[in-house]
Design a protein around this ligand. Structure first.
Ligand SMILES: Nc1ncnc2c1ncn2[C@@H]1O[C@H](COP(=O)(O)OP(=O)(O)OP(=O)(O)O)[C@@H](O)[C@H]1O
Length: 456
């Protein structure tokens, strides 16, 4: 069954005429296996058939959509429920999405197309999931994140060789490269190629944790070790037992913690803050930094003995601007994924925009490229991305920089700002805004639910 392309869909609709229309539209895909019910109870009675998708009329004779949704989800948490309502009600939509509905559609002239797209997207996700399960079963191992590293340039080919070597040898690995070049991605790839792949991959960004909390984050603490230590907590070293511990931005570790880390690595034991028991750990260490660690040593900010202990196999990630046509390969891949995930028409990049991307210096590297391309897909007024849709720093001096390096949040904030502007212009008319931006109404409802935007 996991390999099958069939999607089982229940249509729950008491209006016979409308039910017929929905069934007719969906029946145009021969892979959709359809069943129709007119009451919540009849739907519940047949959940044993394990439908993949349920389209649920909000007002059924024996129950409202939210109650029905709860009952369905209690019994079949995996099923995707698309609620179809007679009238648009933002509050209800938000509540339903919050309750786990996959989508919320309003009965209007576009419902059939939206339903078709929504179910189409679900089918793609479902098939991917099934394929994934099948492959895992077939090769008897977990998904290989090395496949997630895209690139055909010589630099990336060399990187694959190093990942392979690092996967086979159980030595420390130190990754360096500018922000957003893929250091964490590579660390994960090495972990999943190593014989520790069945153990955990634990990542800690040293720079993101306040100094006073870092020691307990890494090594754990005993109950009452300090104000606020209400319970005992194991640290990341213990958590990574039998797996890999990835310490990002290692150069930000202060000198006193550097001394503690060195001792832990020498003795292969940790002592929780406020405790005295020595706890052995078995984790492979990988570290990353965007700084030149040897320079940090020279300038006295990083201990030399720790540096040599951590260095292991050094891997340097090239900046994106040095990867030639990989830029376009990555851009097209990010664009395809983004359009698919957001039910947008597939976009392409015009020759002029491609030229611009190839010329740009990408200080935020792959992370920046991803954000630029996704934002361009939102801003583009047709299905082709043109140079004016690309928010490249320094390209348009009159505009504030749209993408902040190192921040995945920036795209979200920018998208929200655009949607908010449109909502303002179109007096909060969600259908109008969705149509103009070519995004699904459910995307807007989700943004409202997350309080990224608000109704004017
Ligand atoms: N070669 C690649 N193929 C596909 N995606 C990539 C590639 N390199 C990086 N990415 C994506 O770019 C983003 C940034 O990657 P990652 O977090 O690994 O970078 P980093 O070097 O660890 O960044 P930082 O130094 O800021 O922590 C992630 O979304 C990652 O999946």
């Amino acid at each position: 069954m996991p390999n099958s392309t069939v999607v089982t869909i229940f249509i729950v609709e008491d209006n016979a005429w409308y039910g017929e229309i929905l069934e007719y539209r969906l029946s145009q895909n021969p892979d959709y296996q359809l069943r129709r019910f007119t009451t919540v109870q009849a739907c519940l009675d047949n959940l044993g058939e394990k439908p993949d998708v349920i389209t649920l009329d909000y007002s059924l004779p024996d129950g409202r959509g939210d109650q029905a949704l709860r009952q369905i989800k209690e019994r079949l948490p995996e099923v995707a429920v698309i609620v179809i309502s007679g009238q648009e009600d933002v509050r209800t939509a938000i509540a339903l999405l919050h309750q786990g509905a996959y989508d919320y559609l309003v009965k209007d002239e576009e419902t059939l197309d939206r339903l078709w797209n929504s179910v189409g997207n679900l089918q793609k996700q479902l098939l991917l999931r099934r394929e994934n399960v099948r492959l895992r079963e077939q090769i008897g191992q977990k998904y290989d994140p090395q496949r997630a590293i895209l690139g055909e340039s010589d630099q990336i080919k060399q990187l694959f060789t190093l990942i392979d070597k690092a996967g086979r040898a159980n030595i420390s690995v130190s990754l360096s490269g500018e922000t957003g070049t893929g250091k964490e991605l590579v660390a994960k790839a090495i972990h999943f190629r190593s014989d520790r792949r069945d153990g955990p991959f634990v990542a800690v960004n040293v720079a993101a944790i306040p100094g006073e909390l870092l020691e307990s984050e890494l090594f754990g603490h005993e109950k009452g070790a300090f104000t606020g230590a209400i319970n005992r907590r194991i640290g990341r070293f213990e958590e990574a037992n039998k797996g890999t511990l990835f310490l990002d931005e290692i150069s930000e570790l202060d000198l006193s913690l550097q001394a503690k880390l060195l001792r832990v690595l020498q003795e292969r034991e940790v002592v929780r803050v406020g405790g005295n028991q020595r706890i052995a750990f078995d984790a492979r260490l990988m570290v990353a930094t965007h700084r030149d660690l040897s320079k940090e040593v020279q300038e006295g900010r990083f201990r030399e003995d720790l540096y040599y202990r951590l260095l292991g196999l050094p891997i340097v990630l090239p900046p994106l601007r040095a990867r030639g046509h990989d830029i376009l390969l990555l851009a097209n891949s990010f664009l395809r994924d983004f359009c698919r995930q957001n039910s947008m028409a597939a976009c392409s990049i015009s020759a002029e925009a491609q030229h611009l991307l190839l010329q740009y210096h990408f200080p935020g590297n792959v992370r920046e490229l991803k954000a630029v391309v996704e934002l361009a897909a939102v801003l583009a007024e047709s299905d082709t991305i043109r140079p004016q849709d690309l928010s490249l720093r320094g390209e348009r001096p009159n505009q504030p920089p749209l993408i902040v390096p190192g921040s995945d949040e920036s795209l979200r904030a920018q998208t929200a700002a655009i949607v908010q502007r449109y909502l303002q212009t179109y007096n909060g008319n969600i259908s109008e805004v969705a149509a103009r931006l070519q995004i699904g109404k459910s995307t807007i409802y989700r943004m409202l639910q997350n309080k990224d935007i608000h109704l004017p």
